[in-house]
Design a protein around this ligand. Structure first.
Ligand SMILES: Nc1nc2c(ncn2[C@@H]2O[C@H](COP(=O)(O)OP(=O)(O)OP(=O)(O)O)[C@@H](O)[C@H]2O)c(=O)[nH]1
Length: 605
């Protein structure tokens, strides 16, 4: 097969605020375009595809190739690269954008620009992508496309007068979007005869093929037999297959050359070797420098994961190992807790990432988990000059050994309608936010800029934001760096014994308040026992708050007058079920929910 004409390739992504219709538009684009160019059809690549179909690969690809027959009579290859839609994955988003030459900006015709629209579009413009807007959901009665066009021009400053007005849901205006992709997104550049330089923007593990690298070739050519080297990780392997992904399957091809997007397999065993953002080069003819922008992923949020049933520890270890095969940003190491026994300290990109992993462990691996409160990474500067990165509050050195501590802070942008500005500012203030400024957009909405400590937003900030703005606020943030702060460790004592898994780090100014609320929460969560249970919050041995769970005999059958044995059985079963989720600590049983209770302390929620 002869090389593909670079001028007929378009590499792009779709950026949008959540729910503005990105996935629906992507589906429509794929639906209205073909799988192969007419020349490829004759070459019978389809034989290879059946093989893939038999194996039933169901990996969701980060990049889909389709072929569009344009109005100028030419065939264009579209590579649609997916970008994750959540701030937790901002780095992955930036690498996906770096693999594109242009972006479609989808904006909801009724809602207009939102915080994520701005964050994503600025990210795309930062990567020098050509961005063109599309107004979606024009079928909605509340749609006001003209207002949204003006908003895009005023706020973002890009031309929007000829933006296609579409309904992705009803398939209206899609043809115009396809034509604009051809006209407004530039063809890729790069020389196929240069040394290989390809950007990894995603990789997935397949038990049969090994790691499948999704990449954009910037310079040079890669084919079966090329010995490739990942420049940052140093991994080296011979290429087994190259190809692209289309119509739900992997389609092998002869080579990937400059400007193309596709996949490479090379019997690599671990996604850790193929880090997102790394550069693939030819080991025998390497490029001079790697592509810019590579960053090692860093966990932002840590928590302890423990099996509810201690005997399931090996199962949890196996499950984490399997998940990590496919998720290089998941970190874990064994730890022990006095309260919870053997488990793991795990690191995540953010709370959403944590929730996804927790959910997968529970659903796919059938594990009952106890999760300790998530926390951020603190930097502890000790008096002897040593700096510790603290991921588990229990490991905090003795206060006499601490010179000072630092915590991560973020730059946050909150978009909100004017009537809620007051209550959102109040919320940011409560969360130790530093006000940076405010911009009005279209008169009725404002973009608030705050600097906030990360540990104030990983808990219930998003929920609080939503409830205080009746769902109207949207939010985006970026890690800024570390700042010195007056922090203390708050310990919780139940029945006069410290429960290490409940300790957390908190700003000294709000320690009293947090301690009090925490005790109140725990009082509600911990069931009554045969004896009285004091719940105390303490800093460095000094008790600052106390609640008591009164003694009571718990008789679940008390409600069952009459002799309905099935009903009794059901209740006893239910109680047994509840038991599994409890942790025995000393004489006290603590339900799993209690360990997460530090998360929801906002009164106004
Ligand atoms: N009325 C109307 N609804 C639409 C249109 N396009 C998408 N939707 C709906 O809007 C919702 C969100 O659409 P998605 O395509 O999932 O949005 P998204 O931006 O991909 O959202 P995330 O995947 O959550 O980031 C879905 O319920 C769609 O059915 C449209 O043109 N008109």
């Amino acid at each position: 097969m002869t090389a593909i004409d670079q001028s007929k390739i378009r590499n792009f992504c779709i950026v949008a605020h959540i729910d503005h219709g990105k996935s629906t538009l992507a589906d429509r684009i794929i639906e209205k375009t073909g799988l192969l160019t007419s020349r490829e059809m004759q070459a019978q690549v389809l034989d290879n595809m059946d093989l893939e179909r038999e194996r039933g690969i169901t990996i969701k690809a980060q990049a889909v190739r389709t072929v569009y027959q344009a109005q100028d009579g030419e065939e264009y290859i579209f590579n649609l690269i997916d970008t994750p839609g959540h701030v937790d994955f901002n780095y992955e988003v930036s690498r996906s954008l770096a693999a594109c030459d242009g972006a479609i900006l989808v904006v909801d015709a009724a809602q207009g620009i939102e915080a994520q629209t701005l964050a994503n579009v600025y990210l795309a413009l930062d990567h020098d992508l050509d961005v063109f807007p599309v107004i979606n959901k024009i079928d909605l009665p509340s749609a006001d496309p003209q207002r949204v066009i003006e908003e895009i021009e005023d706020v973002i400053g890009i031309e929007a007068q000829d933006a296609p007005l579409i309904s992705a849901k009803n398939g209206i205006g899609i043809e115009e979007v396809l034509e604009q992709i051809v006209k407004k997104i530039p063809a890729p550049k790069g020389d196929p005869t240069n040394p290989l330089q390809a950007l990894i923007f995603d990789s997935v593990y397949d038990s049969y093929k090994g790691v499948i690298i999704f990449c954009r070739v910037m310079e040079g050519t890669v084919k079966k037999g090329t010995v490739i080297r990942m420049m940052a990780t140093g991994a080296r392997e011979e290429v087994v297959e190259v190809g692209y992904f289309g119509a739900g399957q992997f389609i092998p091809c002869e080579e990937l050359s400059a400007g193309m997007v596709g996949y490479i397999t090379a019997s690599i065993k671990n996604v850790k070797d193929t880090a997102v953002g790394d550069t693939v080069t030819d080991d025998n003819n390497p490029c001079a420098v790697p592509l810019p922008g590579y960053k090692k992923v860093q966990s932002m949020v840590y928590c302890g994961l423990y099996p509810a049933d201690g005997s399931k520890y090996p199962d949890l270890r196996d499950a984490l190992e399997k998940l990590q095969l496919n998720d290089a940003s998941l970190f874990y190491e064994p730890e022990t807790s006095v309260a919870l026994g053997f488990g793991f300290r795990c690191g995540f990109l953010g709370l959403l990432h944590l929730e996804i992993i927790q959910e997968r462990l529970e659903r796919e691996y059938n594990l009952d988990l106890v999760t300790t409160a998530p926390g951020v990474v603190y930097k502890v500067h000790k008096t002897n000059g040593e700096v510790i990165e603290l991921t588990n509050p229990s490991n905090l050195p003795d206060p006499s050994e601490i010179e000072y501590m630092e915590e991560p802070v973020v730059n946050a942008e909150i978009m909100v309608t004017s009537e809620f500005i007051g209550s959102i500012m109040e919320l940011c203030q409560e969360r130790r936010g530093k006000y940076l400024g405010m911009e009005y957009i279209e008169g009725t909405r404002a973009l608030l800029k705050y600097e906030l400590p990360l540990n104030e937003i990983i808990y219930d900030f998003f929920d609080a934001l939503k409830s205080r703005s009746r769902g109207y606020a949207s939010f985006d943030y970026d890690l800024k760096g570390y700042e010195r702060s007056n922090l203390v460790k708050l310990d919780i004592l139940i029945n006069r014994e410290e429960v290490d898994a409940l300790s957390f780090i908190v700003c000294a100014d709000s320690a009293y308040e947090r301690g009090r609320k925490m005790c109140e929460k725990l009082k509600d969560e911990i069931p009554r026992h045969l004896f009285e249970i004091p719940i105390q919050a303490a800093i460095g041995g000094k008790v600052i708050a106390r609640e008591t769970v009164k003694a009571m005999r718990k008789d679940v059958l008390a409600k069952c007058y009459g002799g309905d044995i099935t009903r009794k059985k059901k209740l006893l079963e239910k109680q047994k079920e509840g038991k599994k989720r409890m942790r025995q600590f000393g004489n006290v049983e603590i339900p799993q929910k209690a360990f997460m209770s530090v998360l929801k302390l906002d009164d106004k929620n």
